[in-house]
Design a protein around this ligand. Structure first.
Ligand SMILES: Cc1cc2nc3c(=O)[nH]c(=O)nc-3n(C[C@H](O)[C@H](O)[C@H](O)COP(=O)(O)OP(=O)(O)OC[C@H]3O[C@@H](n4cnc5c(N)ncnc54)[C@H](O)[C@@H]3O)c2cc1C
Length: 375
């Protein structure tokens, strides 16, 4: 299908695709075995400046389209889905900073996130809530010109490698986002999370213990953090959906390869069994529909449409389901071999659950979409 991508967009897709195959693929088994992304690889990913693609050159971004970022994330995920986490979170922070930060904060942090010299974390979730901002218990209390933050954040990507973090805390008049330097003695890293997949992701608790943050480090306005959260969530959801497409395409490719190679009484199963063909055609239609949906929302982002809360929720529901179903069908095409670690589809199947539980669960996405439709 022709999506009318520009030459620049196609060139970015090609560059990131080649990079992922050459630099990331050789490390996959090591990452899966050691449960850690090697520093050397992380720094190579950072140097590709993927997070900075759609941001203004004025602040160190590439000034490319948002679609370019989607294509880059899709290419990374096609090779290894967990490699998207680190650039995704840096891009989320960059989006939050570029839309809501003062020039002081932009100069100090945004520029360096975009030129790939520092990493960021975006910390909202807590042990007792990831869905309901009103339940946030991390507190920020004013002390002279500073704020003192106390609380625990959970499931925070880039928690141990971040140089700067946006922390959402309850203040008297609502939720406020604070920008904190991770060298701050009050910023502590807690336990690291072990998920069913995503071995390469750096994810864990962030503990704020009397972390003193100057008032000039408030992101946006005091009490208006919820607006920031919602805007960044839309950006993050759509970007992460590109990861769903990359993963689903990878599962489809593996299924097609296997159906051509595995024989039954001398004939490849893809030629012999209509049921195998049915699975492959179902997977392919699922991926094609999801991809078109993604690029249509991406095109709206490029046009500056700020009214995408419901559509991004629908996109996340649709493409997350696509990733899960296509990964499951790919396992099915492999038979019992599909659930052995000998074949990548076993890992893809585990990774495919990612989208339905992060960045707001699918139930919350349905609440967001339905309430917009019923309004
Ligand atoms: C790999 C990974 C990376 C992550 N990275 C980050 C990060 O960098 N920063 C960050 O802040 N968070 C991060 N998270 C956290 C993630 O975004 C949250 O886990 C997610 O939003 C869900 O929150 P929860 O787990 O607290 O679920 P809960 O909110 O506790 O929900 C539990 C269940 O209740 C349901 N539920 C809750 N409220 C409602 C409602 N109103 N209506 C209907 N059903 C409801 C949910 O759908 C779910 O089934 C990450 C998580 C993962 C797995």
């Amino acid at each position: 299908m022709d999506y009318n991508f520009t030459e620049e967009e196609l060139s970015i897709k090609d560059t990131i695709g080649k990079f992922a195959k050459k630099e990331i693929s050789p490390f996959i088994s090591q990452i899966e075995n050691e449960n850690k992304m090697p520093d050397e690889l992380l720094s190579k990913i950072t140097k590709m400046k993927i997070s900075g693609l759609p941001f203004p050159e004025k602040w160190g971004g590439a000034g490319a389209t948002y679609i370019s970022l989607l294509l880059a994330v899709e290419e990374l995920s096609h090779v290894y889905m967990p490699s998207i986490f680190h650039p995704l979170v840096n891009a989320m922070a960059a989006f939050g900073f570029s839309n809501f930060a003062s020039d002081y904060l932009k100069d100090k942090y945004l520029r360096r996130i975009l030129d790939g010299s520092i990493n960021a974390a975006w910390a909202f979730t807590e042990p007792d809530t990831g869905s309901d901002p009103k339940q946030i218990t991390t507190k920020a209390v004013k002390d002279g010109d500073d704020w003192i933050l106390n609380g625990t954040k959970r499931f925070i990507t880039n928690s141990s490698i971040a140089d700067v973090a946006a922390i959402f805390a309850a203040t008297e008049n609502g939720i406020t986002a604070f920008v904190i330097d991770t060298k701050n003695p009050g910023y502590k890293i807690g336990r690291r999370e072990k998920f069913l997949a995503f071995a390469g992701s750096d994810n864990g608790d962030v503990i704020l213990e009397n972390a003193r943050v100057p008032a000039k480090n408030v992101l946006g306005k005091v009490g208006r953090g919820f607006e920031i959260l919602l805007a960044v969530e839309v950006f993050a959801k759509v970007t992460a959906c590109a990861g769903n497409i990359g993963l689903a395409q990878s599962a489809l490719d593996h299924a097609v390869k296997y159906a051509k190679e595995k024989t039954h009484r001398g004939t490849p199963i893809g030629t012999k069994f209509q049921m195998t063909q049915w699975l492959i055609a179902t997977m392919a239609s699922n991926v094609a529909a999801s991809r078109s949906f993604l690029y249509s929302v991406g095109a709206k982002m490029d046009k500056g449409d700020k009214n995408l809360a419901a559509e991004s929720a629908l996109l996340k529901i649709f493409t997350g389901k696509c990733a899960r179903e296509v990964a499951s069908d790919a396992v099915q095409v492999h038979g019992a071999y599909g659930i052995t670690s000998e074949f990548p589809v076993e890992r893809l199947y585990r990774e495919s659950k990612f989208s339905e539980v992060v960045l707001g669960t699918n139930e919350i996405q349905r609440v967001i979409a339905a309430s917009a439709l019923l309004r």
